[in-house]
Structures are given as structure tokens and as C-alpha cells.
Design a protein around this ligand. Structure first.
Ligand code: MF3
Ligand code: CO
Ligand code: CO
Length: 287
């Protein structure tokens, strides 16, 4: 590839001259690369047009999660939630990304109580006191929007409520603290600080991920503290943060269905997820 001159058109497709567009950006990344930080390849830097399309699919994912507030009650099965999300997704002209993804059999993940993530919808009836995570990823016009939330089924225990609130705080605080050109270590450090301060543990078997034109792309986003340098988070990157926080031990095991992850000690687990875009002024949740 020929090195761009200052007056050439920028590689990002903006139609601007390189010197007025991504020249400083490239210089900053090459400086950070020399310091030993992994830096994003250009395909991970989304254009304004791409980001508008990602905003659109994220808006759909968010709407479906909002509407579940009135649907999730004692007596409903996780299969009924799955069917409702499938029908609404198709009505919106989109597709549910999990369906047949690496053999996943349903349109959403439903993770109840000690289930950490990737629970498979079934005939299980929700009962008063359950906590449930619903994770929805839609595909619209070739772009992915991924988000999940916790729902309380009727009245739940104080511990369950506190776990849900602290996990939400972990997600929100890690978004607020992350600035352009920070290494992603910032995310795991902030989540771990808040979880541990509250006596909870951080699941390290799963992480967030780059997203946009692909479901699971680089970078891998750790929710735990990492000693090694994580990727620089540059403006134009789109990725998820999706901390899973456990009431007890951080350890998880996968059930024989090859999907469902549960806590080793069968204590509660909670998760919240946003799809996020890094901008020149900070990280902005799109879901
Ligand atoms: N939505 C999940 C995530 O946050 C991925 C689910 S993959 C599936 O990355 F196959 F389990 F659906
Ligand atoms: Co995700
Ligand atoms: Co998800």
C-alpha cells in the first residue's frame, strides 16, 4: 500500500484531504503502537455513514428491550419471550443474530439466576423472585446491534437487587471513564474496582467485542483487570461492554448443551450490555 501524502484523499472515505482528516489520528496511533499498545486496523474504524446504520439497528435492539419491561412477568416462559422477540424483529425488517449462530438454536439468550450468559430459551416458566437477563442482537441492513439487560420477576431478594444495580453501575461507569485513545484496560480496571468494592466478583471467561459489520470482531474487551496492554480505543471504533458480575465466586462452567454458562457455586450472576461508539469526545452508548 502506497503511503498517503498530506494532500491525498483520506483513507476513511470522507472525501476530505488526508491532512485535514485522519493524518493526526494515524500519527497518534503509530506513537502508541511504538509504546507497545495493540492498535486497531482500519477496517475497525467506522465511517459516519456506517455509524448512522449501526445507530439504526441499535435503536431497534433498544426498543425491543424496552418493550420487554411489560412482557416479563411471573407465568411467562422464556420460549414465549423468544417468540415475541423473533416476531418483532422480523416485523421491523431485521434478523435475530443468535439464531443458528454457531449452532445456537434460538433468537435470544435468556439467562436466569445462576446462569451467567448464553441461556437457551425453553419451557421454563418465570416465577416470582427470579432475575433474568435477556440478550438481543438484531441485524439490520447488514449491521449488528447487541445489548442486554436484567429484569426482575415480581419482587426479588435484596441481594439480587443489589447485584443488578452494581452490575449496571459497572457498565455505566466504564463507559463514562473511557476516553478516546485510552487503552481498553481502563474498562476492566473500572468494572473490577466497583464490583470488588461491593463484595462481588468479575467473570473473566467472557468479554465484550468489536461489532458493526460483524457480530464478534476485534478487540476482545476484558471486564477484569489485565496486566498486558489492551487495544487502544480510537474514535470510530464500535464495540460492546457487557460485564457479568457474580454474587459469589467468579468461576463458571458450561452445561452439556454446550452453551449455558452457570456459576460454579450456583450463586446469582447479573449482566448488562451496550453497543458503544468511541467519538472524539468520549464513549457513547447506542443501545
Ligand atoms: N449476544 C451475545 C453477546 O453479547 C452473544 C450471543 S451468541 C449466541 O455477545 F449464540 F449465544 F446467541
Ligand atoms: Co455482545
Ligand atoms: Co449480547
Amino acid at each position: 500500500m502506497k503511503k498517503l501524502s498530506r494532500n491525498d484523499l483520506c483513507w476513511c472515505g470522507s472525501g476530505e484531504k488526508y491532512k485535514r482528516c485522519h493524518l493526526e489520528f494515524d500519527e497518534r496511533l503509530s506513537f502508541l503502537k511504538k509504546q507497545g499498545f495493540p492498535v486497531p486496523v482500519r477496517s475497525l474504524i467506522y465511517s459516519e455513514k456506517d455509524i448512522a446504520a449501526i445507530q439504526k439497528v441499535c435503536h431497534l435492539t433498544k426498543r425491543l428491550l424496552d418493550e420487554l419491561n411489560d412482557i416479563i412477568k411471573p407465568g411467562i416462559t422464556t420460549n414465549a419471550i423468544d417468540t415475541w422477540v423473533y416476531d418483532e424483529t422480523i416485523k421491523a425488517g431485521a434478523l435475530p443474530a443468535p439464531l443458528n449462530y454457531k449452532g445456537f438454536p434460538k433468537s435470544i439468550c435468556t439467562s436466569i439466576n445462576e446462569v451467567v450468559c448464553h441461556g437457551i430459551p425453553s419451557d421454563r416458566v418465570l416465577v416470582e423472585g427470579d432475575i433474568i437477563n435477556v440478550d438481543i442482537t438484531c441485524i439490520l441492513d447488514g449491521y449488528y446491534g447487541d445489548s442486554c439487560r436484567m429484569y426482575k420477576v415480581g419482587k426479588v431478594s435484596d441481594t439480587a437487587s443489589r447485584l443488578i444495580e452494581v452490575t449496571k453501575q459497572c457498565l455505566d461507569a466504564s463507559i463514562a471513564i473511557l476516553k478516546p485513545f485510552d487503552p481498553l484496560n481502563v474498562v476492566g480496571d473500572e468494572i473490577t474496582r466497583i464490583a470488588h468494592k461491593n463484595g462481588f466478583s468479575v467473570v473473566d471467561m467472557f468479554g465484550g467485542h468489536g461489532i458493526g459489520k460483524n457480530f464478534h470482531d476485534e478487540p476482545f474487551v476484558y471486564h477484569c483487570t489485565r496486566k498486558d496492554k489492551q487495544m487502544i480505543c480510537a474514535p470510530g471504533m464500535v464495540f460492546t461492554i457487557e460485564p457479568m458480575i457474580n454474587e459469589g465466586k467468579k468461576g463458571c462452567k458450561i452445561l452439556s448443551d454446550n452453551w449455558t454458562a452457570i456459576t460454579v457455586d450456583k450463586k446469582l450472576s447479573a449482566q448488562w450490555e451496550h453497543t458503544i461508539v468511541m467519538t472524539d469526545s468520549g464513549a457513547v452508548p447506542l443501545t
